[in-house]
Design a protein. Structure first.
Length: 365
């Protein structure tokens, strides 16, 4: 017996009619690049997130890169971010010649610890890039206040938090620019790569729309050095078919996450929700002692697990040139040794979840 870590097939069975019809419409009209679905999706995403502008892009990494290009990140500029994230967050800074400046995380939320940010600000700092890890927003109230005081942009890496809220405002609408990913396994996923950028700033939005199409303003005229960052029309069609039921999926995610916690809080450290936050549980992640043994016991019981993430960014070979030793960010390092993600998706039924819960409790007994 083996159950899925993320179940995309059940979702497809539920939405097959809408998804097939939306994709067929694209095959029929044939506008595969920047077809009408892209604009329609952008309008619906902007409304859902609660911002003036949503810009569809080819993936979450491109969203982050275009956001940094739009604020004019130049070689040598510094961006304050978390070491406890997927590589893309730090990678885009380095790719543009910038320097990621890591700051340790809060042990409860795994997000940037705002109390440590000011000490990391230098005359070269241009932006703060918090990640809303696992599907819970970072402390944007405090981070935005620090950014405002020092004249910095705030760019949310909301690749895992689409649909989450902080004090009633949605992820993507909490900072100068918000970025998300529609990679298939993210809370809102397409059937390939996709992403989006959100902002209330008209000038930044216009710039990011140009950067997405090779810095072009009118056909074959390029005021900026941009990139090919467009979202495929077919992926926009898939997202349009999935968006109407997304709020229900967000509710299901919260319910399933809370149910895991109710049955597992005695045996492991379960996710903690900061005041004012909702959680979309892109990952449902525990902390356990002796992770390797627990993971092996669960594998033997047919329960797939994952580790998000086993090596913090400052210990990645790609960032060795930063010269950051083990011990530089103790909270992130401890989390990287202890976190373990369980099967999580909005179609996880109670009986299947009970199987996972029983196996986890037995593995930790
Ligand atoms: C998935 C992810 C990304 C990258 O998104 P892609 O669409 O795969 O490029 C960036 N940051 C975080 C935190 C992610 O989880």
């Amino acid at each position: 017996m083996s159950l899925p870590f993320i179940d995309l097939k059940t979702q497809y069975r539920h939405l097959k009619g809408e998804i097939d019809a939306r994709m067929q419409a694209v095959l029929d009209h044939g506008q595969f690049i920047m077809g009408p679905e892209v604009l329609e999706l952008e309008e619906k995403l902007a409304e859902y997130v609660g911002v003036r502008h949503a810009i569809g892009v080819c993936d979450g990494t491109a969203a982050l890169q275009i956001a940094l290009m739009a604020i004019g990140l130049a070689p040598g500029d510094e961006v304050i971010t978390t070491p406890f994230t997927f590589i893309a967050t730090g990678e885009v800074v380095a790719l543009l010649g910038g320097k990621p400046v890591f700051v340790d995380i809060d042990p409860d939320t795994y997000n940037l610890d705002p109390a440590l940010i000011e000490a990391a600000i230098t005359p070269r700092t241009r932006a703060i890039m918090p990640v809303s890890l696992y599907g819970q927003c970072a402390d944007f109230d405090t981070i935005n206040a620090i950014a405002q005081k020092h004249g910095l942009a705030v760019i949310e890496d909301g690749a895992q938090s689409f649909g989450a809220t902080r004090h009633g405002r949605r992820s993507g609408a909490l900072s100068t620019i918000g970025c998300t990913s529609f990679f298939p396994s993210k809370p809102l996923g397409c059937y390939g790569d996709g992403g989006a950028i959100f902002t209330d700033d008209d000038a930044l939005a216009a710039r990011m729309r140009q950067l997405r199409v090779h810095g072009q303003d009118t056909r074959y005229h390029h005021p900026l050095t941009g990139m090919n960052g467009r979202l495929d029309t077919l992926q926009a069609a898939v997202l349009l078919a999935k968006l109407p039921s997304f709020p229900e999926e967000v509710e299901a995610r919260a319910r399933i996450g809370a149910r895991y916690s109710a049955y597992l809080e005695e045996v492991a450290r379960v996710p903690r929700l900061a005041e004012g936050n909702t959680h979309v549980y892109a990952q449902y992640t525990l902390e356990v002692d002796d992770r390797t043994r627990v993971q092996q016991a669960l594998q033997a019981a047919g329960i797939p697990t994952a580790v998000h993430y086993p090596i913090p960014l400052h210990r990645q070979p790609a960032f060795a040139h930063l010269g950051l030793e083990e011990g530089a960010f103790p909270v992130a390092e401890s989390a990287s040794r202890r976190v373990l993600s369980l099967p999580m998706h909005p179609f996880l039924d109670a009986a299947t979840q009970d199987t996972v819960i029983a196996a986890v409790r037995q593995a930790l007994a």
